[in-house]
Design a protein around this ligand. Sequence first.
Ligand SMILES: [Zn+2]
Length: 138
Amino acid sequence: MFRVSQQIDFCYGHRLLNYEGKCKYLHGHNGRAVISLEGEKLDERGMLVDFTDIKRVIRSWIDSSLDHCMILHQADPLLPLFQQHKQPVYVIPSNPTAENIARLIFEYAQQQGFPVVDVTMWETRNSCATYRKPLGSS
Ligand SMILES: [Zn+2]
């Protein structure tokens, strides 16, 4: 079994709803997503996946959709204000925790056809959350 990983750094802002603590206030992170792909077979070039393809597809999407954006819950009452002032916002149906951002990136990579097995989202130097392919799914 082969495994390749690529890390993608990006800046984002968020806040958590229904949360008591500093993360209920708007703030930002220099985050790092580590995307890991696995497979049994290599192509004729000896590659599982070309790193350039990960960069071209996943990094480009992160750069254009998440980097320097506010990632907000769809129920966040500040959302209309951001939209009204044309601030870049990425809206998700759940609290924008490291767990849910890891899942968001995982699902994008999967939809694009990459054999992704897990995504680890480093929110700070010391804290990360991982979403991995559920057991038994192909
Ligand atoms: Zn945070």
